[in-house]
Design a protein around this ligand. Sequence first.
Ligand SMILES: *[C@@H]1O[C@H](CO)[C@@H](O)[C@H](O)[C@H]1NC(C)=O
Ligand SMILES: *[C@@H]1O[C@H](CO)[C@@H](O)[C@H](O)[C@H]1NC(C)=O
Ligand SMILES: *[C@@H]1O[C@H](CO)[C@@H](O)[C@H](O)[C@H]1NC(C)=O
Length: 775
Amino acid sequence: MSSTRNRVNSVSSIFLCFSYLIFTGLLLTCEKVDGQIPFACDVSKNVVLGEYKFCNTSLSVKDRVADLVGSLTLEEKIGNLGDNAIEISRLGIPKYGWWSEALHGVSNVGRGATKFSDLISGATSFPMPILTAASFNTTLFEAIGRVVSTEARAMYNVGLAGLTYWSPNINIFRDPRWGRGQETPGEDPLLASRYATGYVKGLQQTDDSASNKLKVAACCKHYTAYDLDNWKDVDRLTFNAVVTEQDMYDTFQPPFKSCVVDGNVASVMCSYNQINGKPSCADPDLLKGVIREKWKLNGYIVSDCDSVEVLYKNQHYTATPEEAAAKTILAGLDLDCGSYLGQYTQGAIDNGLLDETYIDIAISNNFATLMRLGFFDGDPAKQPYGNLGPTDVCTSDNQELAREVARQGIVLLKNNEGSLPLDKQTLNLLAVIGPNANATSVMIGNYAGIPCKYLTPLEGLTAIVPTNYSPGCPDVQCANARIDDATNIAASADATVIIVGASLEIEAESRDRDNILLPGQQQLLVTEVANAAKGPVILVIMSGGGMDVSFAKTNDKITSILWVGYPGEAGGGAIADVIFGSHNPSGRLPITWYPQSYLDSVPMTNMNMRADPATGYPGRSYRFYTGEPVYPFGYGMSFSSIRHEIVKAPQLVSIPLAEDHVCQSSQCKSLEIAEEHCQNLAFDIHLAVKNMGEMNSQHTVLLFFSPPNVHNAPQKQLVGFEKVHIARKSKAQVRFKVDVCKDLSVVDELGNRKVPLGQHLLHVGNLKHALSVRI
Ligand SMILES: *[C@@H]1O[C@H](CO)[C@@H](O)[C@H](O)[C@H]1NC(C)=O
Ligand SMILES: *[C@@H]1O[C@H](CO)[C@@H](O)[C@H](O)[C@H]1NC(C)=O
Ligand SMILES: *[C@@H]1O[C@H](CO)[C@@H](O)[C@H](O)[C@H]1NC(C)=O
């Protein structure tokens, strides 16, 4: 009986809460809307709209789009090729701004409708993706996406946001100098692919229904091989990336492929740069051929902003603007971020460069996306997500998730015995020093919005123990360190935390670095403070890109090093959680940290991933770099010592081949991946992971393989990863299913996937396991 009564109680409280939501929703849509909520087919304004096929929600998207496109004039069609799509008032279609951003939270960057007001004055600002990636937690990637799209829909419902978001940025972080590396999930194709898929699924939430509906539309950018902004006299607008087929298919393309194929993203953005002499936005093979036909994009292809103009004006790739319009549309571009297609498409048709049917195809892809978003379904308040409003933004759960993401991402790089975690019981005074020690906007990086609130590192630490603070430098550039003040407080405190690193002044869009040391006199500050300090010295590096901190790695006075990325609005709380041990760190570097000397032998313009012994070119990323890193990809410590054990793994895998296969008679080094012999060719690896420590921990198991040395294969490649909880002094089981043709294959010189025959090495932690693959 009592359980029944409990149930009744909980039902009625849910009901109350729900009606409250409806009530506020009504209030908001009736009285407190800040801007126009853009949507079409508003029958309350015009009953006739209800009779149009394109407004009829019982018809398929395809039929509705065909009906709509069929009712438009050429001028109206052209007006829907740009991101500021025109109003078509005779059909009850409002203007629509396509450009919104949500890289790590709803952003007010872009000229779409997204902005903040008194009604919703901020949105949850998560860490920059480079730190999120360091969590190696795919569930988390999706969880963030869901929160961001909930807040986006809530803002849309009160006229403060659009429905189409040009995020995430999934370019491979190829060179440590790249100013936008912070926006990406790092240097590894598998991690970037998992991040893309997870975040996009969270944003779009198409899985919830079979109806093909989108919560918001995401966009994977910048397609492709784009990862240079502004280096020496080379500019992204005119850079020609010379890329081998091999690098293309085993490094630059995989995240985009996963985004489209596994993530079902609704959009891909083509990049400014050229690839092997062709602007990506005008390359029919890359757009129509690969994205549309091979990967079967269900959505639209958009240009990076003004890149149609760029290919005429800056790249001189076409003789006229009209030709630029024709070439991009013919290549498969659907939407121009910019006004160029709006201006020059009519001329392209008049000059016979383009047929109207291509415009129909482009705008059909654009309208289909809006239909999937419910834009043509009438009043948004009556649709799925229509009940979301201001109370769903910056909720305490959402803000707690922002802090949790930062905690899960933070990487412990060094920890001498007796350093971290600090003990709040015995610590009377903590010195907090450094130009990022009281960071606010630095923590949220670029493509940010206005955060709900900030919790700075100083505030986070001061909430736990008494602190003494000195910035140590006037700003992050730190041209002149203010050493004395800093050394004085370090000398009189029980422990010292120094928070240094970079900011958008150092690394940003259009701002690549030429130096990967700590900026200005930061290194001097750190060294002097460490000399003067009496207790443990914790160096905290806030940055997107890696830093050459060899000096700190080898300095015994610096007892711990943490990398915290740009940790988002609640970053200061997460840093304090780790420093005082209420959270056991589990983040792993998603990029290689190179020494400064690396830059001397690697021009940023050289796109080659593979080392070249003939020229002394050392190669890029953990997969190919042959030199000694400062800290390697995947590195990251915990407060617990963790031991891996292989419980079960095969030593031999045989690939069944037909009797007449060429490899039966001749020596083959590798096998083409083909249906016949790849089917069901998978095995399990069972691992046990032991937490030897006194604290509960989270731990990411990274499974790598080193293939036999054929086809210039990577020296090491991530095959899978799995993050698990392991209670103190206990064991967790981890299983990987390895698909031989998918996971143990490499890309050959021509861009084809092949399984190398011979001895493969699997690596987990310090363990190596030999596996022979033969026919
Ligand atoms: C919408 O389409 C369905 C299916 O063709 C049709 O039965 C219905 O009458 C249409 N509704 C309106 C309002 O025209
Ligand atoms: C730290 O930053 C916060 C937020 O900007 C500010 O209110 C506070 O005064 C700063 N603290 C110090 C000691 O400068
Ligand atoms: C991964 O993130 C999710 C979502 O925040 C969390 O519930 C889970 O505990 C995390 N997993 C691990 C092993 O840390």
